[in-house]
Ligand binder design. Sequence first.
Ligand SMILES: Nc1ncnc2c1ncn2[C@@H]1O[C@H](COP(=O)(O)OP(=O)(O)OP(=O)(O)O)[C@@H](O)[C@H]1O
Ligand SMILES: [Mg+2]
Length: 160
Amino acid sequence: MLRKTVYLQNEADTIALGASLAKTLKPGMKIYLYGDLGSGKTTLVRAMLQAAGYEDNVKSPTYALAEHYTINLAGTPTELVHFDFFRLENPEEFMEAGFSEYFNDNTICIVEWPEKAVDVLPQADIEGIFLIIGEGRRAKFYGRTEIGAQAIGTLCVEFH
Ligand SMILES: Nc1ncnc2c1ncn2[C@@H]1O[C@H](COP(=O)(O)OP(=O)(O)OP(=O)(O)O)[C@@H](O)[C@H]1O
Ligand SMILES: [Mg+2]
């Protein structure tokens, strides 16, 4: 397990972190993002997608629960699903929507509000916890698997 704490003084810092995290993406990677409303989770995911070459609008999956993307990973088109479970009523809703099929060895899953689906989600590779501190944010990242720890190890945390 590897842990890194980063201080994000403004939105540009969160975007820079997202770009750095995007370089560590691997097929099948599962990234769970915790933290209060408005703490920067979607900002991070949007920055990751844009750094991975996605040029269209990146919407927050607040109402749809899931948004689907295809990104280019070392020349291979890779499915990425961005979830937001804030509005998930219960784990049954997760199962009925068929979301478990996306948590496989190929699809990258990034999840906001994973605590709402705690019993149905598999082990994360990376967990990030966002906290609002004054005008800025603090994010703590934990590598929970070997590939997650490797990714956190290479994460660039030098901002400013
Ligand atoms: N490091 C930062 N410092 C200050 N503001 C930030 C920072 N990062 C992001 N923000 C701002 O915080 C606001 C909310 O961000 P965002 O929508 O990403 O939050 P969220 O964690 O996804 O919230 P929710 O749980 O509601 O989905 C945005 O206006 C964004 O510009
Ligand atoms: Mg969000």
